[in-house]
Design a protein around this ligand. Structure first.
Ligand code: NAD
Length: 338
């Protein structure tokens, strides 16, 4: 089946493309190839005869529409986004452009394509919008985890832009009848993540003997899901999800940031023989820094719906997933030097 994936060169995108290749689909990656793309892995992926790459900005209607018409996808998975909260606080405009106008452009092009499909070909068409739990805002320690019924209270320019995009996707379903599904997922971790994100950042800094920064008091709670479990959930939604629905995706792995950093440092202590000269334990590098403005306190996701309706469940425990992930980054960063 032909599947068009926007943002296929990013962290989740690369993991998703690998999965889709295994499932024998024909894939068109549409990506602007920003700083966040994984160039090395992309070069390998496009050697596969079932993968095509088009370097296109999702805000460019003409190119997007042509790419869709030429490729004739049955499914569009829209992942392309600016995704880093800190960057969105420093310069929000590109987040509004890519995440809102880009999603609007994708919807507009997808609808025009869908409306021109012969009836017999349009029954399995789907626009799958990949979003985040951050649209719901944050929770206090006492609150129940986010369900699909929670109202949107985004805190950062990033989450506000994703929330806005989600609203457009729903509007295109309700007003124009475009077959859509939205998924809202918790924090992903795993291989191929950009080094500005917390887990690769900690590992990278620690190995170089640099400070391992942690915002505020480090008590912020994130709900972690291994990227391979997310990719399987996306695939299940793509083929079994109910049109017009939203599915929350998470694995009930709530953890304070300080605990995450401490776990990683402890694991590195065991694994890395040659520590940087200035330290005996990597935890000595943990440094509390001024908190991020508007920092969400707690995310926690209730994924009962996808578990019940689509029989999806996460397979990778956080303990195993984290050690596999650290091993992967160690291999990338130090290779045989360990
Ligand atoms: P990422 O930043 O690693 O990758 C994003 C990709 O989108 C990059 O390859 C980038 O080049 C591309 N892109 C950016 N602007 C573009 C544009 N204008 N046109 C075309 N391509 C463009 O992001 P990620 O972590 O892989 O996240 C993918 C999606 O999943 C995003 O929509 C994000 O909001 C969502 N999400 C991520 C997480 C997470 O923990 N990483 C959790 C939930 C949801």
């Amino acid at each position: 089946m032909n599947i068009l994936v926007t943002g296929g060169a990013g962290f989740i995108g690369i993991n998703l493309i690998k999965y889709l290749i295994k499932k024998k689909h024909k894939i068109l990656i549409v990506d602007k190839i920003t700083y966040a793309s994984n160039h090395d892995e992309l070069k390998i992926l496009i050697k596969n005869k079932n993968v095509i790459l088009k370097k296109i900005d999702v805000c460019d209607y003409n190119k997007i529409y042509k790419a869709i018409c030429d490729f004739k996808p049955k499914k569009i998975m829209h992942l392309a986004a600016e995704s880093h909260v800190d960057r969105s606080i420093k310069s929000s405009k590109i987040f509004l452009k890519t995440n809102i106008i880009g999603t609007y452009t994708m919807l507009f092009a997808a609808l025009n394509y869908y409306n021109n499909l012969p009836l017999k070909n349009n029954s399995s068409f789907l626009f799958h919008h990949i979003s985040t739990d951050e649209v719901y805002g944050d929770l206090s320690l006492k609150d129940r985890s986010f369900s699909e019924e929670n109202k949107y209270f985004p805190s950062s320019p990033y989450s506000a832009s994703k929330a806005s995009a989600d609203h457009f996707v729903r509007a295109w379903f309700r007003t124009y009848g475009l077959p859509v599904i939205i998924t809202n997922c918790s924090n992903n971790y795993g291989p191929y993540q950009h080094k500005e994100k917390i887990i690769p950042l900690i590992i990278n800094n620690a190995l170089q003997g640099k400070k391992v920064p942690i915002y505020g008091n480090g008590k912020q709670i994130r709900d972690w899901l291994h990227v391979s479990d997310h990719v399987r959930a996306l695939y299940d939604v793509l083929f079994k999800g109910v049109i017009g629905s939203t599915y929350n995706i998470g694995a009930n792995n709530e953890l304070e940031n300080i605990k995450l950093v401490t776990l990683i440092c402890g694991y590195l202590d065991k694994k890395v023989k040659d520590k940087p000269k200035n330290i005996k334990s990597f935890s000595e590098l943990i440094t509390f820094v001024k908190d991020r403005p508007g920092h969400d306190v707690r995310y926690a996701i209730n994924s009962r719906k996808i578990k019940k309706e689509l029989k999806w469940k996460p397979k990778i425990s956080f303990k195993i997933g984290l050690s596999l992930t650290i091993d992967w980054y160690l291999d990338q960063l130090c290779g045989k030097k360990l």
